[in-house]
Design a protein around this ligand. Structure first.
Ligand code: NAP
Ligand code: MG
Length: 485
C-alpha cells in the first residue's frame, strides 16, 4: 500500500506535564503602585481552566476608581522616577524581568496552558520563550534610541494604557510592556477576563525585579475595566489588541483627544498554495496556520486558496493529516489541539460551523475522541465555498478552514484581497519572482513565504485595513511609544 493512502495510526500513551511546581494563589488582588491592592468594589471573578471547567483562582474586578488609582501611580512613577532614569539603568530592569521570567519558564508555560487551554507544546515552545525574547530585545534598545531614530529628538509619551486579548496572554503582555518601558513610559495593563493569571504572575516577577513602584500596574477585570483605561483623561497612549468591533469603539472614544493609539485587530488571512509548491510542507503549513492554538490566532491562515490542478491532492493529504491530530488535554505533550478558550467562544465557533453548513458548503471533521468535560472543537474544513459566504468573510477565531480554488495569479490576488481585513498571508511556491510579485500586491501586514505563523521580536507585526494600524515588534514597535521632533 502506498504510504500516502495509509491512514492507520497508533495511539500514544499520555505524557502529561506536571503541575506540582506551579504556585497559584486562591485569590489575586490588583497590582497597583508596587503593591497588591483589594478592588474597591470588593468583587472578584473566577478564572477557569477551559479544559475541565475547574476554577483555578479568583481574580479582582477593577472598576473606574481602581483604574484611576493605577493611572495616578503610573503618572507619579513616570514624573518622579522612570522618565528621569538613565536609559541604561532602565535597560537593566527590563533584562532582569526577562531573566526572571526565563528562570520560571516552566511555571509560566503550565499556568498559560491551564488558564487559556492552549497546548503545553505551544506555551512551552512558543509563547513563553517569545515573551522572554521580547523583553531581552527591547532591553537592548533602551539606551540606543538615538540610533533607532537618527537625527531626531526622542521623547517618551507618559502613561500607556494597554489592553490585551486571551489568545496569547503572556506574549501580548510582553509585546506591550517591553517596548513601553524601553522608551521610558509607564504602564497600566489589563489582561482579558478569561486569561489574567500569567499577567498576574508577571506582576510577581516585576515585584521581584525591584522595578520602581508604579512603573507597571496590572488591573484585571472585564470590558468596563478596559473602557475605564481608554476613557481616563491622564492616559497618553492606548495600545490595544483584540477584536475589530472593540477597536472601533476605542477609536471613537479617543477621537479628538491627545491620546496616541495602536490597534492590533482581527484577521481573515489567506494561505495560498501554487501547484509548484512543496505539497507536504504546504499541508503542514496549513495545519500550523489554522489548527495551531485552536485557531485562536489573529493572523491564522483561515482562508485557504489552492491552485485548481492540485486541489484534490492537497485536500486529500490535508484530510489524512487531520485524521492524525490529537484533540484533548492541553497538558498532554502529544496534544495538537487543546481546549477552546471559553464556552462563549466555542458557541461562536459552532454557530459559524452551522452557518457554513446552511450556506451549502461541504464540511469535513475527522473522528476524534473529544473529552466530555471542557470546551473542545474538532479541526474542521469547508470545501465548495463561495467568496460571498459568511464563513469566508468573517473571522471565526477557531480551528475552522475554508478552502477555495483559483487558476491564475491575478485571480488569487483579487480573491485574497477581497476582505475587510489585512493582517497576514502565506504564499507557497517554488518561484522567488512569484513570491515578490504577491508580496507587493497582497494587502496584508505580514506575508510568509513557504512557511506560516513564524514570529520574532525583531520583526514588525500589524495590519492593513480593518486589521488595525501601528506596528508591534522590531524597531517599528518603538515608534508607537515615542514623540519625535
Ligand atoms: P475583545 O473582545 O476585543 O477583547 C480584547 C480586550 O479588550 C479584552 O481585554 C477585553 O476585556 C477588552 N475590552 C472589551 N470591551 C472593551 C471596551 N469597550 N473598551 C476597552 N476594552 C474592552 O477581543 P478578544 O475576544 O479578547 O480577542 C480576540 C480578538 O483579538 C480577535 O478578533 C483577534 O483577531 C484579535 N487579536 C488580534 C491580534 C493582532 O495582533 N492583530 C492579536 C491577537 C488577537 P474582556 O476580556 O474582559 O472582555
Ligand atoms: Mg481561564
Amino acid at each position: 500500500m502506498a504510504i500516502e493512502n495509509n491512514t492507520e495510526s497508533w495511539d500514544y500513551a499520555p505524557s502529561l506535564e506536571g503541575t506540582s511546581h506551579i504556585q497559584l494563589k486562591k485569590k489575586y488582588d490588583l497590582f497597583i503602585d508596587g503593591k497588591w491592592v483589594k478592588p474597591k468594589s470588593g468583587k472578584y471573578f473566577a478564572s477557569i481552566n477551559p479544559a475541565n471547567e475547574e476554577v483555578l483562582a479568583e481574580v479582582a474586578h477593577a472598576n473606574k476608581a481602581d483604574v484611576d488609582l493605577a493611572v495616578k501611580a503610573a503618572r507619579k512613577a513616570y514624573n518622579n522616577v522612570w522618565s528621569k532614569m538613565a536609559p541604561s539603568e532602565r535597560a537593566k530592569y527590563i533584562y532582569r524581568i526577562a531573566r526572571l521570567m526565563q528562570e520560571r519558564a516552566r511555571e509560566f508555560a503550565v499556568i498559560e496552558s491551564l488558564d487559556a487551554g492552549k497546548t503545553i507544546r505551544e506555551s512551552r515552545d512558543i509563547d513563553v520563550p517569545l515573551a522572554c525574547n521580547h523583553f531581552f530585545y527591547y532591553a537592548g534598545w533602551a539606551d540606543k534610541l538615538e540610533y533607532a531614530f537618527p537625527n531626531r529628538k526622542v521623547e517618551s509619551l507618559g502613561v500607556a494604557g494597554q489592553i490585551i486579548p486571551w489568545n496569547f496572554p503572556l506574549l501580548m503582555a510582553a509585546w506591550k510592556i517591553a517596548p513601553a518601558l524601553a522608551t521610558g513610559n509607564t504602564v497600566v495593563l489589563k489582561p482579558a477576563e478569561t486569561t489574567s493569571l500569567t499577567a498576574l504572575k508577571l506582576a510577581e516577577i516585576i515585584e521581584e525585579s525591584g522595578l520602581p513602584a508604579g512603573v507597571v500596574n496590572i488591573v484585571t477585570g472585564f470590558g468596563d475595566t478596559g473602557a475605564a483605561i481608554v476613557n481616563h483623561h491622564d492616559v497618553n497612549k492606548i495600545a490595544f489588541t483584540g477584536s475589530t468591533a472593540v477597536g472601533k469603539i476605542i477609536q471613537k472614544a479617543i477621537a479628538g483627544t491627545h491620546k496616541k493609539a495602536t490597534l492590533e485587530l482581527g484577521g481573515k488571512s489567506a494561505n495560498i498554495i501554487f501547484d509548484d509548491a512543496p505539497i507536504d510542507q504546504a499541508v503542514e503549513g496549513i495545519v500550523n496556520g489554522i489548527f495551531f492554538n485552536q485557531g485562536h490566532v489573529c493572523c491564522a491562515g483561515s482562508r485557504l486558496f489552492v491552485q485548481e490542478n492540485i486541489a484534490d491532492k492537497v485536500i486529500r493529504k490535508l484530510k489524512q493529516r487531520m485524521d492524525s491530530l490529537y484533540v484533548g488535554n492541553p497538558l498532554d505533550k502529544n496534544t495538537d489541539i487543546g481546549a477552546i478558550n471559553s464556552k462563549e467562544q466555542l458557541e461562536t465557533i459552532n454557530k459559524y460551523i452551522q452557518i457554513g453548513k446552511n450556506e451549502g458548503a461541504e464540511m469535513y471533521q475527522p473522528k476524534c475522541d473529544i473529552p466530555k468535560k471542557g470546551f473542545y472543537c474538532a479541526p474542521t474544513i469547508f470545501t465548495n465555498v463561495a467568496q460571498s459566504n459568511v464563513i469566508a468573510q468573517e473571522e471565526i477565531f477557531g480551528p475552522v478552514l475554508t478552502i477555495q480554488t483559483f487558476r491564475t495569479v491575478d485571480e488569487v490576488i483579487q480573491k485574497a484581497n477581497n476582505s475587510p481585513y489585512g493582517l497576514a498571508a502565506g504564499v507557497w511556491t517554488d518561484k522567488g519572482s512569484r513570491i515578490f510579485n504577491l508580496t507587493t500586491k497582497l494587502r496584508a501586514g505580514v506575508i510568509w513565504a513557504n512557511t506560516y505563523n513564524k514570529f520574532d521580536p525583531t520583526s514588525p507585526f500589524g495590519g492593513y485595513k480593518e486589521s488595525g494600524f501601528g506596528r508591534e515588534g522590531g524597531l517599528h514597535g518603538l515608534s508607537g511609544y515615542v514623540k519625535l521632533s
